[in-house]
Design a protein around this ligand. Structure first.
Ligand SMILES: O=P(O)(O)OC[C@H]1O[C@](O)(CO)[C@@H](O)[C@@H]1O
Length: 618
């Protein structure tokens, strides 16, 4: 019912510490909505069909002040900024062994105070508190965001919907400890009585990338690798049968445990891979072997049971854990504990906890994730650098960038504010990276002389695997770290034409050999790379990404952008079935897709149309 010009309803609601005040007019002309909370702000819709006006962060004085400030920064070069010792000193800090130097950002002390003003305007502190307090800050899914509870100590209370979730977290952790101890000690055996020494973890996205990152980082840590003994942990993510073949290659079902990891237990790729490995096990050992060889991690325990996995062998987590934030839940803790033992993984959780406490309580000027997040906003939204390179100088962190890609790009790759208003600025950033020095011989050319890409340099003081050859000038790790220290200066200072001329460089080469410099980076130095430090690094990135989203005023905890492709794939799947089984021609697609599908079907007409035995050939 519409009453033109009439304020039809006034709602007051008190929800925890938040106060909402809403005026709705069902007129087609005016709808006025004022929500007073850290997340929802003044919001007017004048004619829902034509005009929307909302207070976005980009409408605030603090944002405009930052925009104006860019002109000041453009007048300076990092060469000059780096000469200001007091400025540099103020841009270095340390927390619990992690040393951060952000003096090579294109920022002055004034820039940093303006960023704090922006944070204030964005209600950053209140938003962080709301996250830790279990408010439903993931508003489009009406969920809390409590990955910090996954690594809280037993005596902490963290509430979601009025319930302390920490006892549930520890109930599952204790169950993982007990189960992984049994498997590792050989008291839980496979169907033929043999110990299960190999694990294949099936999962994709957040149910894969975080655990893979941690596993790769721990693999070469002496304590962890000693604890792993000869055990193997593999990850099956891609529905590509090549990935199945790679995973089972050389493994014996008799000694293999399969962990199916899926928050929803409906993800098409994971479920097909799970059915494929169930077939691999039952065809070798009989269907009754599944209960000894397959366990699951999920929030959907009903579907786990329906799949045929014994509910006693299911490890739960909760809807307040986002997939990409789930590595500290059973998603990561179960496979990693099976491989390394629970005590190693507990250290990883403690490392993450150390950063959680720091993030929650440290003042912004000493708060590593807050500073990193604000600097990213500065680089993306004001200096106009859309990408970020993650460059760890340790091969052990080779899977850090792929994991952070998901955490960052799935979280902050959004086009509307948390209120659903289209953003007049770009949020999110393009993350990529490779360990140094490999990356130096690949894409660094572009970073030095092409596009400006802010870089995160991550260095480790003590190598996990030190090597020192007798005739070398420095040990291998010092060689690696020489590059870690050199690259940020090369980017910041560059090399001028005058310098080249003084070196008698041929004049036609001077433009080619000139480095403009003024390219921002930051350096994080960790004392070592053990389970604790890996946990810290993970939490630093998770919280940094949340800070960016909080300032941009978006919902960093949903991922609607992945849905459309999934539903289109399901239409294609139906078509492939209809064409292969019933000979139906391709229909209902555009010209291009019809052509591509027809070509695919015609060219693959000779592939087996009946089920085949699984025979990996690699
Ligand atoms: O754990 P699930 O439910 O199988 O989901 C896997 C991944 O799929 C996504 O939903 C996106 O495709 C991710 O957010 C998630 O991490």
């Amino acid at each position: 019912m519409k009453h033109k010009g009439l304020i039809h309803a006034i709602f007051y609601s008190l929800h925890r510490h938040l106060f909402y005040l809403s005026f709705y007019s069902y007129s087609s002309i005016v709808r006025l909505q004022i929500h007073i909370s850290p997340f929802t702000r003044l919001f007017f819709v004048i004619d829902p069909h034509h005009l929307q006006m909302a207070t976005l962060i980009s409408d605030t004085a603090a944002w405009k002040d930052m925009k104006a400030h860019v002109g000041e920064i453009d007048k300076t070069h990092l060469r000059d900024l780096m000469a200001e010792t007091d400025r540099c000193k103020s841009m270095m800090l340390e927390f619990d062994g992690i040393f951060l130097d952000y003096s090579r950002q294109r920022a002055t002390v004034d820039t940093v105070s303006k960023l704090f003003a922006l944070a204030e305007e964005a209600h950053l502190k209140q938003k962080i508190d709301s996250m830790f307090n279990g408010e439903h800050i993931n508003s489009t899914e009406n969920r809390s965001v409590l990955h910090v509870a996954l690594r809280a100590s037993k005596d902490t209370a963290i509430n979601s919907d009025g319930k302390n979730v920490v006892p549930d977290v520890w109930h599952v952790l204790d169950k993982i400890k007990e189960f992984s101890d049994k498997v590792r000690s050989g008291s839980w055996v496979g169907a033929t009585g043999k110990a299960l020494t190999n694990v294949i973890a099936i999962g994709i996205g957040g149910s894969f990338l975080g655990p893979l990152f941690v596993h790769t980082a721990l693999q070469t840590d002496p304590e962890a690798s000693k604890s792993a003994g000869g055990r193997q942990l593999r990850f099956l993510a891609n529905v590509d049968p090549v990935d199945v073949a790679r995973n089972i290659s050389g493994l014996d079902p008799e000694t293999t445990l399969v962990v199916v990891v899926s928050k929803t237990f409906t993800t098409a790729e994971t479920m097909l891979n799970a059915r494929t490995l169930r077939e691999w096990i039952s065809s070798a050992l009989g269907p009754q072997a599944v209960s000894k060889h397959m366990v699951a991690v999920s929030t959907n325990l009903k579907l786990v049971e329906k799949f045929g996995i014994d509910p006693h062998n299911a490890f739960a987590f909760w809807d307040w854990v986002g997939g990409r934030y789930s590595v500290c839940s059973a998603v990561g803790v179960l496979p990693l504990s099976l491989q390394y033992g629970f005590s190693v993984i507990e250290k990883f959780l403690k490392g993450a906890r150390s950063i959680d406490q720091h993030f929650h309580s440290a003042p912004f000027e000493n708060n590593i994730p807050v500073l990193l997040g604000l600097l990213s906003v500065w680089n993306v939204s004001f200096l106009g650098y859309p990408a970020r390179a993650i460059l760890p100088y340790t091969q052990a962190l080779e899977k850090l960038a792929p994991h952070i890609q998901q955490v960052s790009m799935e979280s902050n790759g959004k086009g509307v504010s948390i209120d659903g208003v289209r953003l007049p600025f770009e949020a999110g950033e393009i993350d990529f990276g490779e360990p140094g020095t490999n990356g130096q011989h690949s894409f660094y050319q572009l970073i030095h002389q092409g596009r400006v890409i802010p870089c995160d340099f991550i260095g480790i003081v003590k190598s996990q695997q030190p090597v020192y050859l007798k005739d070398e000038v420095v040990n291998n790790h010092d060689e690696l770290m020489s590059n870690f220290f050199a690259q940020p200066d090369a980017l910041a200072y560059g090399k001028t034409a005058e310098q080249l001329q003084s070196e008698n460089v041929a004049s036609h080469l001077v433009p080619h050999k000139t480095f403009t410099g003024n390219r921002p980076s930051l350096s994080l130095l960790l004392p070592s790379l053990d389970a604790y430090r890996i946990g810290q690094l993970l939490a630093i990135y998770e919280h940094r990404i949340a800070v960016e989203g909080f300032v941009w005023g978006i919902n960093s905890f949903d991922q609607w952008g992945v849905e459309l492709g999934k539903s289109l794939a399901s239409q294609v799947r139906k078509q492939l079935h209809a064409s292969r089984k019933k000979g139906e021609s391709v229909e209902g697609f555009n010209f291009s897709t019809t052509k591509l599908l027809t070509r695919y079907l015609e060219a693959s007409a000779d592939v087996p149309s009946e089920p085949t035995t699984l025979l990996p050939n690699i």
